[in-house]
Design a protein around this ligand. Structure first.
Ligand code: ASP
Length: 423
């Protein structure tokens, strides 16, 4: 029940923050002097995690991709499905956010800490991905370069004999685990952080800020729904014998667990049970595709990053070029590999997407207040994407059972959805 309590606390923090913010509308200075530092502290803690968390979890993620070579065909199919559907997800997020313009009506000044969007060509973006000096990239927090270098390191490591690569991979596995733990600690402060973040925003902008934030929530939820139906359910339907309704019913236990825990990793045991019992996917496919998915497949998270990037650009009055949108798709798709499957992992990665196109990191403070609400939806989509991949790959390998058994076990499984399975 622990995690549920945290979610409740976050919502209480959010509601209390909105209320206090409204009460302090006439004296925003009080909110800025006394309450804002609490939010700033929370954001600083998140920023502190970015480079080490992303770097270590990307190396571990890339090392697991390296292993795919040994699995050959199945690995290739799984990876293609993950990357393609994730790129689709970011695009849906970008387009939806442009259509719904959640940032309209809210305008924030671009402060000195907020960088102006750089206008770089797509060709330059690609060329700059390869760091001439990777350590410089790490120190400066150049995320595309960090991603590229970590991918090289991870894949390079797996091409060595196991005995030689093991100490390196183990070190980064250990670092990644430590960073997940610290992320968990930072997220346990979220109720206070959310309060500290939302009070000054509401105090300074009044109720004008609420509608845009509600629109962001709407855009992410609608996007997630579109991704689930038009990308996952449709590909499952087209590439396997599982029908749309069987898919949507069968995924429920895992999707509900993901929604309530906001953690793909925590949902993994339920995902494996769901895919085997409700869809009859073989052990071999399930035990490869799902853990890999929980580590590197984050369609929902990427979609959310697309929505938020456009929202933040709108709020700060920054026009993004086509090349910058391409960079967002690229960063969010590759960044998913380094996103920790724990609550709030995507928020940390969002800062990377923002900095890849020079959008103000201050925008994070707007999103952080409502992040948990978004996390619930995007985590469900992340997990649903993993299940869809398992079905598609399982079906192409003829390692999927008769679906008739599915309906019978759904009811049982639903009883077992419990947030206690969270890590
Ligand atoms: N909570 C998400 C997950 O576990 C990651 C994220 O924050 O986007 O899949």
């Amino acid at each position: 029940m622990k995690k549920m309590k945290l979610t409740t606390k976050i919502f209480v923090g959010l509601a209390a923050g909105i209320l206090v913010g409204l009460l302090l509308q006439d004296s925003p200075a009080i909110a800025n002097t006394y309450i804002k530092p609490v939010g700033t502290l929370f954001i600083n803690l998140i920023k502190m995690l970015i480079v080490p968390l992303v770097f270590s979890s990307l190396i571990v993620g890339a090392a697991s991709i390296g292993d795919i070579k040994t699995l050959g065909r199945i690995g290739g199919k799984t990876l293609s499905y993950y990357l393609l559907t994730t790129a689709f997800a970011v695009t849906i997020g970008l387009v939806l956010s442009m259509l719904l313009t959640p940032g309209a009506g809210l305008s924030m000044p671009v402060t000195e800490t907020a960088m102006q969007a750089k206008s770089v060509s797509l060709a330059d973006t690609f060329l700059n991905i390869i760091p001439k000096n990777p350590l410089k990239g790490l120190v400066e927090g150049n995320m595309l370069q960090i991603i590229a270098f970590a991918l090289f390191l991870g894949m390079g490591a797996t091409s060595l004999p196991a005995a030689q690569a093991k100490p390196f991979i183990s070190f980064f596995e250990s670092l990644a685990e430590i960073m997940y733990k610290i992320t968990g600690f930072v997220m346990s402060l979220a109720p206070y952080g959310v309060f500290g973040l939302i009070v000054p925003v509401v105090a300074s902008n009044g109720t004008a800020v609420l509608l845009p934030l509600i629109k962001v929530i709407g855009a992410v939820y609608v996007g997630c729904l579109l991704q689930m139906v038009f990308v996952y359910a449709v590909t499952v339907n087209g590439l396997s014998r599982v029908s749309l309704s069987e898919f949507l019913k069968g995924i429920l236990p895992a999707a509900a667990t993901a929604f309530s825990t906001s953690s793909s990793s925590g949902t993994l045991p339920v995902s494996i049970k769901t895919i085997k019992e409700n869809f009859g996917v073989s052990d071999r496919i399930a035990s490869f595709v799902l853990p890999l998915g929980a580590t590197i497949n984050m369609g929902g998270t990427s979609l959310y990053q697309g929505v938020c990037a456009i929202f933040i650009a709108q709020v700060y009055g920054i026009d993004l070029s086509f090349a910058q949108m391409g960079t967002i798709v690229l960063t969010a798709t590759l960044g998913a590999i380094g996103t920790a499957g724990v609550p709030g992992g995507g928020l940390i990665m969002l800062s990377i997407v923002l900095s890849s196109v020079g959008l103000p990191l201050d925008g994070l403070t707007l999103i952080a207040g409502i992040d948990r609400i978004l996390d619930m939806a995007r985590t469900s989509i992340n997990v649903i994407g993993d299940l869809a991949a398992a079905i598609v790959v399982g079906s192409s390998e003829k390692e999927i059972g008769v679906v008739e058994t599915a309906q019978a076990s759904i009811a049982d499984d639903e009883q077992e959805v419990s947030p206690e399975s969270m890590s």
